[in-house]
Design a binder for this molecule. Structure first.
Ligand SMILES: CC(C)(COP(=O)(O)OP(=O)(O)OC[C@H]1O[C@@H](n2cnc3c(N)ncnc32)[C@H](O)[C@@H]1OP(=O)(O)O)[C@@H](O)C(=O)NCCC(=O)NCCS
Length: 271
C-alpha cells in the first residue's frame, strides 16, 4: 500500500505525521545512516546499510535508545558465522531463512548494544523466545520482509521496550478477525479520512510491540484480542487490557511508510 497526502487532508497534525514518516524521514536518512556507520564496529559493521524504516523506527523512539536496522539480511554463510555462543544452538537445524532472520536480528542487536558501549557478546534466547539482554539493558528485535531491526536502551532510560515491523499490506481477513478487538475499527474510523493505511495491520503491529514490551518482565501471555489499541492521529497509541490483568503504563508510537508499518511501546523507569 502507498501512504501519500491527498486533497482530503483534514488535520494539520495528521499531515505532520504522514509528512514525518514518508518524506522528512527520507530527508534525514543520510545523516542517520552516516551516524550509524561512524559508530559501528566489529560484527555490527554489516548493519551500516540503513533503510528508511530505520529512520522511521528511530523517530518513534525517545532519545537514548539505540537502533540498528537493515533492508538486507546476512547471507547464510555470514549468518552462521556471526552467531555467538549459545545463539547457534537456537537455530541449529532451522531453515536457512530462519537462520538468516535470527542472525540478522542478533547482528542488529549487537550493533545497538555497541552504540551504548556494550562489548559484543551473545544475545541468548530466553523463555518463550524473548531475547535475553545484558543486565542493565532492555531491548527488542523485529523482522519482516525487507526489514530487520533491533532497539536497545539502558534501564536508566527505559524500563520496557518493544518494537514491531510489518509489511504495509492489509491483514488476511481471517487473521484480522482474530486480532482486532471490538470497537477498535470504529475508533480508527474516527481518524482523518483519505489515507491509504492498512489500519488492521497497524493495530496488529501495535499489539505485537505491546507484547514484546511487557512479556519479558511480566511473563503474562496476552493474545491480540486481549488488548485494545487506540490509534491517535499524532502517531501515538494507547493500549488497554481487555482482561482482568492490567497492562503496565506504556507509551505507544505508530508510523507507516509506503512499505512498512513500524510500532513501538515503551515505559520510562519509575521515579
Ligand atoms: C512473539 C511475537 C510477538 C513475534 O512477533 P512477530 O511479528 O511474529 O515477529 P517479529 O519478527 O516482529 O518479532 C520476532 C522477534 O520477537 C522477539 N520475541 C519473540 N518472543 C518474544 C517474547 N515472548 N517476548 C519478547 N520478545 C519476543 C524475538 O526477538 C523474535 O525474533 P528472534 O526469534 O529472531 O529473536 C508473536 O509471534 C507472538 O507470539 N505474539 C503473541 C501474542 C500477541 O501478539 N499478543 C498481543 C497482545 S499483548
Amino acid at each position: 500500500m502507498t501512504v501519500r497526502g491527498n486533497r482530503h487532508l483534514g488535520s494539520a497534525s495528521w499531515a505532520a505525521l504522514v509528512t514525518d514518516v514518508t518524506y522528512a524521514a527520507r530527508a534525514d536518512v543520510r545523516a542517520r545512516s552516516a551516524c550509524t556507520l561512524s559508530r559501528s564496529g566489529n560484527v555490527a559493521d554489516v548493519m551500516g546499510r540503513d533503510a528508511s524504516g530505520s529512520a522511521v523506527l528511530r523517530g518513534a523512539l525517545p532519545a537514548g535508545v539505540a537502533v540498528r536496522a537493515t533492508d538486507t539480511p546476512l547471507d547464510l554463510e555470514a549468518a552462521r558465522s556471526s552467531l555467538l555462543g549459545e545463539e547457534a544452538a537456537a537455530v541449529a537445524g532451522a531453515a536457512p531463512t530462519r537462520v538468516r532472520e535470527f542472525a540478522t536480528g542478533r547482528a542488529c542487536a549487537r550493533g545497538a548494544l555497541a552504540d551504548l558501549g556494550v562489548t559484543p557478546g551473545p544475545v541468548p534466547v530466553g523463555p518463550d523466545r524473548a531475547p535475553r539482554w545484558p543486565p542493565g539493558f532492555v531491548g527488542s528485535i523485529t523482522h519482516c520482509a525487507g526489514f530487520w531491526a533491533a532497539a536497545v536502551a539502558s534501564t536508566a532510560v527505559l524500563s520496557r521496550l518493544g518494537v514491531d515491523a510489518e509489511v504495509h499490506a492489509p491483514l488476511e481477513p481471517d487473521v484480522a478477525d482474530l486480532v482486532i478487538a471490538p470497537g477498535e475499527r470504529e475508533r480508527v474510523a474516527g481518524l482523518p479520512p483519505g489515507w491509504a493505511v492498512a489500519w488492521d495491520t497497524v493495530l496488529f503491529s501495535a499489539k505485537e510491540a505491546v507484547f514484546k514490551a511487557t512479556f519479558p518482565a511480566d511473563r503474562v501471555w496476552r493474545e491480540a484480542a486481549d488488548v485494545a489499541v487506540d490509534l491517535r492521529p499524532d502517531g501515538s497509541f494507547a493500549a488497554t487490557s481487555r482482561t482482568p490483568e492490567a497492562l503496565p503504563p506504556l507509551i505507544g508510537r505508530w508510523r507507516v511508510t509506503s512499505t512498512l508499518v513500524v510500532t513501538a511501546a515503551y515505559s520510562r523507569p519509575a521515579g
